[in-house]
Design a protein around this ligand. Structure first.
Ligand SMILES: Cc1ncc(COP(=O)(O)O)c(C=O)c1O
Length: 354
């Protein structure tokens, strides 16, 4: 099986160039959180350091209650559903086709590359589609990925778009995996979980949630899946055999993090303010901002080739990501992550304009 080249390797020379800038490089490429992990979460991790026994794959009682409550109160889940902690959500994105034995998978045309990689790892056929299911194949299709708010575009799907996907999934009995890791960061639009649309009928639905960005916990690897209890049971059974367990100190930290919304609101405000600053600098120099309605990224174009734009930014000491990382049709866009300190966002805006 041939996996695509690891995209970030191709960006490395531009990173080097940007870092040679007299005032240093500003990395707006990878989207790794830089704001501190809230103190109250760090304290729980520290207090949980004594952990001699194996954790359970399904999650501690405390964590399970916390994920279930979050599902009901924040995601609008109802009816029969189950939850399962995961070691960050990327591993679940990559493993889901294998765990569900999916062999023909639909993914968004412009998307987080791991949806495709997960399909390839399971020797599946991966088909890129737009959001409108009336044009989707059904024959042999056994999994569909949704991602709203999207990485890289920041697009939030409308209620009617999600409702159409849900109706299509039910009509054709095809499972939908909805990657909702950017849901906690609304901006001009607010995304809703697919479970909120399901009205308690969760058959075929799995939503993925992550604390990496929500709680600045990317280093802890803390995430979870929630949805159809039969599908979750299937994932659990295989993951028990594979030893895919979230470490117990992380489970404890996750349980308290999920119970607090104040730090999330504060983080969401940080990203909104950074988006405003960068978006205004970008429009001033002639970029058009597309989507970018929520989440962590600005998706923009000036009509030129993405790599030329990446080079232009690198000359100014700013590292951004070429849109073609996320699909061929992204080759006239760049993705700019809002994951830099306020000082660096300010400095990047000044460099862009000068
Ligand atoms: C759309 C999307 N899904 C999943 C992930 C994985 O995040 P994590 O493994 O930190 O939960 C990312 C990370 O950038 C992402 O952009």
């Amino acid at each position: 099986m041939k996996l695509p080249d690891f995209p970030w390797d191709a960006l490395a020379p531009y990173g080097q160039k940007a870092r040679a800038h007299p005032q240093g490089g500003i990395d707006l490429s990878q989207g790794t959180p830089v704001d501190p992990t809230p103190d109250f979460i760090q304290e729980v991790l520290r207090a949980s350091a004594n952990s001699p026994s194996y954790p359970v794959t399904t999650g501690s009682k405390e964590l399970r209650e916390s994920m279930e409550r979050y599902g009901r109160e924040k995601l609008g889940a109802s009816g029969d559903f189950d939850v399962l902690p995961t070691i960050g959500s990327k591993e679940m994105v990559a493993l889901l086709p294998f765990l569900l034995e999916a062999k023909r998978i639909l993914i968004p045309k412009i998307a987080y590359p791991t949806y495709k990689v997960g399909g390839l790892l399971n020797h599946a056929e991966v088909i890129e589609v737009d959001i409108d299911p009336s044009s989707w194949p059904t024959e042999g299709v056994d999994l569909v990925w949704l991602n709203s708010p999207s990485n890289p575009t920041g697009r939030v799907h409308s209620d009617s778009e999600i409702e159409s996907v849900l109706a299509w999934s039910r009509d054709n009995s095809i499972p939908v995996a909805s990657d909702e890791c950017y849901l906690p960061f609304p901006d001009s639009k607010k995304a809703r979980s697919i479970l909120d649309f399901a009205d308690g009928e969760n058959t075929g639905l799995i939503a993925l949630h992550s604390l990496s960005k929500r709680s600045n916990l990317a280093g802890y690897r803390a995430a979870f899946a929630i949805g159809d209890s039969l599908l979750i049971k299937k994932l659990l059974e295989i993951r028990k055999h594979m030893g895919m367990m979230v470490p117990l100190p992380v489970q404890r930290a996750m349980a308290v993090a999920l119970g607090d919304e104040q730090h999330v609101a504060q983080q969401a405000e940080r990203y909104r303010s950074r988006r405003r600053k960068l978006a205004s600098a970008l429009t001033e120099i002639g970029y058009q901002i597309d989507h970018s309605e929520a989440g962590l990224y600005i998706w923009c174009t000036n009509g030129r080739n993405d790599w030329d734009c990446v080079a232009w930014f690198a000359d100014r000491g700013v590292i951004v990501t070429p849109g073609s990382f996320y699909g061929d049709s992204g080759n006239q866009h760049i993705r700019i992550a809002l994951t830099a300190t306020d000082e660096n966002i300010e400095a990047a805006a000044i460099r862009i304009k000068s």
